[in-house]
Design a binder for this molecule. Structure first.
Ligand SMILES: Nc1ncnc2c1ncn2[C@@H]1O[C@H](COP(=O)(O)OP(=O)(O)OP(=O)(O)O)[C@@H](O)[C@H]1O
Ligand SMILES: [Mg+2]
Length: 1002
């Protein structure tokens, strides 16, 4: 197929038309689309956005805070999020969910599920036998999986971002802890899918932080590698990361800065939450002791009291970071008994002594995984809220042996900012300076398979084989292809995690299943039957570890080759077009799934590129029993994921296209020439007697997921619908509340207005009584029946009242506007008249306006004066309690019409070219006639100023007309016959004496 791609020229036109349409679509999208990032911490999320024309910024939530608690309260008929939910924790602890991410991707027997139950006994966890997972059982009717709860939070984060950006947002980069395994990552992706968010990437939060650090220090990055350690202790966990920054040569953009994750160490449960829990336990003990002998119940059995204690423990912990001691204080902690106890920092440190001992652990792990020593680390930088605890800093400083710890990044917001930079880089709507990000695989992944071998004749045995697919600390995103060379029948292979010995036994249990997927192939034997005369090139399994760190098996193919004489086949127009578009986007021929599974493709070298071992693009020498090579590709082809969790694909598809030009190239000498000059078919034949023809047969794949099954599609759709319904219900509820509030506010405000002089002045007593009666009746209705009223009913009541009061409000509003509007009209009339007068004074030889133009302006001026005087006079005769005839909108319309005319003439003057002057014999220019008056000369002016030598600004009226009193002043001070005649021509105007009404006389 590829050999016939570049042939005809005419179809290029069609392609460019199509391209233009596609590009236009992209540009249109880019105008409107903002993108967001969510740094999804255990305790709080930090949301950032970037929108066209506006730099990256942290989103303020409804309370104008930069952090939003990852908390949701789920009640039968309403939900609360963020700060509102956090404030519900005490009133409604059972329905207020926090730290639920710790349950993501975990089965019921996971120690973290037990830990969650122990930490938060107020929550009832149900068991889902199908996936062996847990869910929150809030009430008999209300149950939600951790994915559903996360989805609600993500949706909420989007609403915050949308409110802030003032536009809809769909694309997001979401942070996850670097230690999240496949199941945990897929759980986040599923939650995002339920929320209808398009995840551009799941980025490790440590990588996002490192990116933010690098982006803001771009200038300090050079060809010398700098190793920086980030130590992030958040609420739930601690992660230590070693990052190398340096500039590298990129294919497309020359030298660019790069960050490479070199080492990662973590402690899944070391963080601020555990410290808080220790403090809470301490406070609970103190309270129980205070009440000893009073036969009081254990405070630990009272969820509300425990929620109060946890909140106080949090506050206390924070205060103790800056003070040596502090008094914990809770009014009416339980049974109306107050609690007060002094806690010292020393006591706190004692309570958490074992936690502080764990502080160096992640540092050691990070160094080990990076194979580095501490003296190679230039700086250790603190990230995360819990690093503010002085003891943490003290122990860490000792562990890293540096003079000081770096506090030069925003410990709370760096991850969100890095993630939003990445979001902008991935989105088509933005152009950002390249920053190469090379993340690293934490958990190695293997392919395992068992094959029968015959070591001696007749003696057959089973041999177990393991091939490392993605090695620990190897870079990703990355694609790999494993070729099985010795199978000619259906077989199975297994994808498992590799050596996880670096995890302790407890962490291994938390990790969950070490087996990922069993892959059962169907159709291998048939493919061999189909191509008996071809040479098998093996069964190729294409894997992708995408930008989000999620593994998928893209496809499995049985590949055959033979030497054939080249005979250019006739392509259908559609195929040609498709091929050319694909080549325009750089797409490879093999990326396209075969319609019939038997397409002929070019030799598909998976692009051994630059780079050494474990670099993206390496040619790994993995072979099945030293025969079957496993090939890498640095650049992912479009992820047509089948079976295994599909990556979010658009960008990957693009990259694939960019990086796989070889796929379009002829594999053998004598292939077709360049696209621009295709040889004739006969010629082609002559030139290319034989070439390798490759046949690819897609192999059926059945995946047996062994870690944690994803939510089935129907369940996912059901959850998405359930959450959408809840969102809709919340919105409806909010709208109803808004309607009730508006009605109530209108009644209240209008009752008040009826006593204000400006309203009383323009209304009769009868009118006021009528309004007041209706207001009272509606207030009574709202009190008695409003509770059950629908949004529509509430809105209708408000509409009725508004209609009733409209006349009164209108009169007040109009009267307020008159003075300013009339004064502006006067000003405009005066200036226009002045302008007209100036225009008429221009000597004929310089005149740029036609008589018609000047007469038209004159007419409008006169009509406007006349209209104003008549309407103002009419209005003066009307009772002020009736609808006015002088309307501000009419004044505005008159002004607009007049202004349009003046602007037209001004514009004309602006672009008018001075007429060439006749020259006298001496070569000097003709002067104005001697009898022209000084004023004539000074009036030889065409606005606007300074355009030509011959033009000067129209003089301003000597008295600036401002405010109502200006109406009585003389607007035209210019003498001369022209001015006089003009006054004669307009008897109704414009001398002061004739304009009898002042604006404020109305
Ligand atoms: N001044 C302070 N002193 C002590 N602890 C603090 C201080 N400020 C914040 N913290 C703690 O930091 C933690 C929150 O940090 P951060 O926002 O980095 O965590 P997170 O991102 O929500 O969680 P994680 O990254 O672990 O998932 C909380 O436990 C909070 O109590
Ligand atoms: Mg965090």
């Amino acid at each position: 197929m590829a050999a016939t791609v570049r042939r005809q020229r005419p179809r290029r036109l069609a392609c460019w038309v199509l391209m233009t349409v596609l590009l236009a679509d992209l540009l249109a999208l880019s105008d409107t689309l903002a993108v967001m990032s969510v740094d999804l911490g255990s305790e709080s999320m930090k949301v950032a956005i970037v929108k066209p024309g506006v730099p990256m910024e942290i989103v303020l939530n409804k309370e104008s805070r930069r952090k939003t608690p990852v908390t949701v309260t789920l009640k039968e008929n309403e939900r609360f999020f963020g700060d509102s939910a956090a404030s519900m924790a005490i009133k409604n602890p059972k329905a207020t969910l926090r730290y639920f991410q710790h349950l993501l991707g975990k089965q019921e027997n996971n120690p973290h599920v037990a830990l969650y139950k122990a930490r938060f006994p107020e929550h009832e966890l149900g068991f889902d036998p199908q996936r062996q997972t847990v869910y929150f059982q809030i009430s008999p009717q209300l149950q939600f999986s951790p994915e559903e709860v996360l989805s609600m939070l993500l949706n909420y984060s989007r609403s915050l971002a949308e409110d802030f950006a003032e536009q809809p947002i769909k694309d997001a980069v979401i942070t996850v802890p670097a230690f999240f395994n496949q199941a945990e990552r897929r759980a986040v992706l599923q939650a995002a899918r339920m929320a209808g968010l398009k995840v551009l990437q799941l980025i490790n939060d440590n990588t996002a932080t490192a990116l933010s650090y690098g982006v803001f220090r771009r200038k300090d990055i050079n060809s010398t590698a700098q190793n920086i350690m980030f130590y992030d202790m958040g609420s739930g966990s601690t992660v230590c990361t070693i990052v190398t920054y340096q500039t590298v040569k990129t294919k497309d953009a020359g030298m660019q800065p790069q960050l490479q994750i070199r080492g990662v160490g973590f402690d899944r449960t070391l963080g601020g939450l555990e410290m808080e829990l220790r403090l809470r336990e301490h406070l609970a003990r103190l309270f129980n002791e205070q009440r000893k002998g009073q036969r009081a119940k254990d405070v630990r059995e009272n969820p509300r009291a425990m929620a109060k204690l946890l909140r106080e423990a949090n506050r206390l912990k924070t205060v103790l970071s800056a003070n040596a001691d502090h008094v914990a204080q809770i009014e009416g902690l339980m049974d109306d008994v107050d609690f007060k106890a002094k806690v010292t920092r020393a006591e706190f440190e004692e309570l958490c002594a074992d936690l502080f001992e764990r502080v160096p652990g992640p540092v050691q792990q990070a160094l080990q995984s990076a194979e580095m020593k501490l003296d190679e680390i230039e700086q250790v930088i603190l990230v995360g809220g819990a690093t503010r605890v002085p003891k943490v800093q003290e122990v860490l400083l000792k562990a890293v042996g540096k003079e000081e710890l770096g506090k030069n990044i925003n410990a709370d917001e760096a991850a969100a900012m890095g993630a939003v930079y990445q979001a902008a880089a991935l989105s088509k709507a933005f152009k950002v300076k390249p920053f190469v990000v090379r993340d690293a695989v934490i958990y190695p992944i293997l392919v395992e398979f068992t094959r029968e071998v015959e070591e001696e004749t007749g003696v057959r045995s089973l041999k177990h084989n393991k091939r490392v697919l993605f090695s620990r600390m190897g870079p990703y995103p990355q694609r790999k292809v494993i070729t099985f060379n010795r199978y000619s029948h259906d077989f199975n292979f297994h994808i498992n995690y590799g050596d996880l010995g670096f995890l302790g036994p407890e962490d291994l249990r938390v990790f969950g299943s070490q087996n990922l997927t069993t892959v059962k192939l169907k159709g291998v034997g048939e493919s061999f039957k189909k191509y008996p005369d071809y040479e098998s090139k093996g069964i190729k399994a294409h894997f992708n570890l995408d930008e989000s760190g999620v593994l998928s098996l893209d496809r499995v193919e049985s590949v055959f080759e033979t030497l054939v004489e080249d005979s250019p086949e006739e392509e259908s127009t559609l195929t040609k077009l498709g091929n050319t578009i694909s080549s325009l986007f750089g797409g490879g021929s093999t990326a396209d799934p075969k319609e019939n599974g038997t397409d002929t493709v070019q030799e598909e070298e998976e692009g051994p590129a630059e780079g050494s071992k474990d670099e993206p693009g390496e040619q790994a020498e993995l072979k099945e029993e030293a025969e079957a090579p496993a090939e890498d590709t640095s650049s992912p082809p479009p992820p047509e994921a089948k079976g295994a969790a599909a990556p979010e694909g658009e960008k990957a598809a693009e990259k694939d296209g960019r990086d796989k030009p070889e796929a379009q190239k002829p594999s053998e000498k004598g292939e077709v020439g360049s696209e621009g000059a295709p040889p004739a078919p006969e010629e082609e034949k002559k030139q290319k007697p034989a070439r390798k023809q490759r046949m690819v047969e897609e192999i059926g794949v059945e995946l047996v997921v062994l870690d944690l099954p994803d939510l089935p599609e129907d369940q996912l759709a059901h959850s998405a619908q359930k959450l959408q319904d809840l969102t809709l219900r919340d919105l409806q509820k909010q709208e109803r509340e808004k309607a009730a509030n508006s009605l109530e506010a209108f009644i209240f405000e209008t009752q008040d207005k009826l006593y204000q002089p400006e309203y009383q002045e323009v209304s009769t007593e009868e009118q006021r009584e009528d309004i007041s009666g209706k207001l009272s009746a509606t207030a009574t209705w709202l009190e008695d029946e409003g509770f059950g009223a629908t949004t529509a009913m509430l809105k209708e009541k408000l509409a009725e009242l508004r209609k009733l009061c409209h006349g009164l409000f209108f009169r007040v509003e109009e009267r307020k506007k008159w003075p300013e509007r009339l004064s502006a009209l006067d000003n405009l009339l005066n200036h226009s008249s002045m302008f007209l007068k100036g225009a008429r004074l221009i000597p004929e030889m310089d005149q740029i306006f036609t008589e018609v133009e000047m007469t038209t302006l004159e007419k409008i001026i006169n009509e406007t004066w006349a209209w104003k005087n008549t309407t103002v006079a009419e209005q003066a005769k009307l009772p002020i309690t009736e609808k006015p005839v002088l309307l501000s909108k009419d004044i505005e319309a008159k002004m607009a019409a007049l202004d349009r005319e003046v602007q037209y003439l001004l514009n004309k003057a602006k672009f008018a070219k001075p007429r060439p002057r006749p020259r006298d014999k001496n070569g000097t220019r003709a002067e104005a006639p001697l009898n022209a008056s000084a004023s004539d000369q000074s009036e030889k002016v065409i606005p606007p100023p300074g355009q030509t030598e011959d033009t000067k600004p129209i003089p301003e009226p000597e008295k600036e007309t401002a405010g109502p009193e200006a109406v009585d002043s003389e607007p035209l001070e210019l003498g001369g016959p022209a001015a006089e005649s003009e006054q004669k021509e307009h008897p109704e105007q414009p001398t002061g004496q004739k304009r009898t009404l002042k604006n404020d006389e109305l």
